[in-house]
Design a protein around this ligand. Sequence first.
Ligand code: IMP
Ligand code: MG
Length: 430
Amino acid sequence: MSASVVVGAQFGDEGKGKIIDFLADHADVVARFQGGANAGHTVQVGKDLYAFHLLPSGVLRKRTMNVIGNGVVIEPAQLLKEIDETRARGHPVTNLRISDRAHVVMPYHKILDGLEEKLKGDMGAGTTLRGIGPAFEDKVGRFGIRMCDLIDPEVLHAKLRAIVPIKQRLIEAYGGSDRIDADAVFSEHEAYGKRLAPFVTDTSAWLDAALKRGKRILFEGAQGTHLCIDHGVYPYGTSSNCVAGAATVGAGIGPQYLTDIIGVAKAFTSRVGSGPFPTELEGPIAEHLRERGGGEYGTTTRRPRRVGWLDLVMLRMAVRVNGLTRLAVTKLDVLGGLDRIRVCTGYRHDGGILKEFPASMRILSESGPVYREFKGWPDLPEDEWIGIASGGRRALPETTQRYVAFIESQIKVPARILSVGRSRAATMGR
Ligand code: IMP
Ligand code: MG
């Protein structure tokens, strides 16, 4: 009876998909518990790259069951597209269960996402435009359609009849010109419901039974701690709780099962979307990180990611609000070839040093980083990094070891997993 949670320790895109894939070897079930198709998890198997938005990252493993929990918002067309594409590449995708309590992202949510972003001006988060915010607004406002409704045509029809006119008025109030036809939305979604129905079940009960049978569950977080609706950079984050505790609510299991809480952090910082970013870099070092990062472009939106030095103020907070028991550091290879590497240990603000991440975006944007400087390590070719990861003769460069040891000493959590390349073979446990 054990459950591990993997969460992002930064702004998302830390390489969680790869770490999940690595840990999934020891898991019977991989479960998503928050977010939606805004997520983009990249998994590489051999030379094949897969980018999932809604499918949990264990779906490529035959013996692993995959659960989309009640805390996820599901865009049916997107989920079906991922299922179809993965099937076309030779994976049957029969190892999937979807919560009957998960909320559905509807076409009007995507329209409203775009309109809200435009009206918000400087308060806009630069969303993925996947309708995430409006879908969670409807969940909390109790206007939502859940998976149990999607697969029940009568209920779906009645709900759409009631909700669509309200959304139409909202769209008009926001200055939008889209017209929504409740009957057209109904027939489209009735068909999605029919296709998804075989996967839909009470996943809370299913997970509980699995845990009681001794199955090992791996909870797959999406986005990251600093995009969390409560603990992230408000209002520039996402609309769900991205921290480890959310796994219990978003999957319907008790908190006593969560014993292993893994935070994933990139060896530097990156983010897509707007908001203050104290260690942000521009110029040649930023170009180095973006380009060697195998293309630091959003998996979901393809936008270039903003990049900067590693920020330990952010990481220390991630340790605290998630209760991290271990850390995975990814993309260490990407820093290779830089002369000097910097790490932020605190923020300079108003004549003092801030050790805790501020709530106020004004204070955050006025904060300047306090840096510790490290000697860099060489830019090794991919196969050398893989050799190091597989415990070959060559050890991790001394300077890399010093960098990782400094992170550990600052956050007081062991870095048990290091990733030094894209492929499965470039991941090392310690
Ligand atoms: P939303 O989640 O689409 O509403 O976007 C809100 C903010 O979170 C934007 O700044 C997005 O760029 C960011 N975001 C959402 N999902 C992800 C993700 O999976 N990785 C990185 N950033 C994300
Ligand atoms: Mg991502």
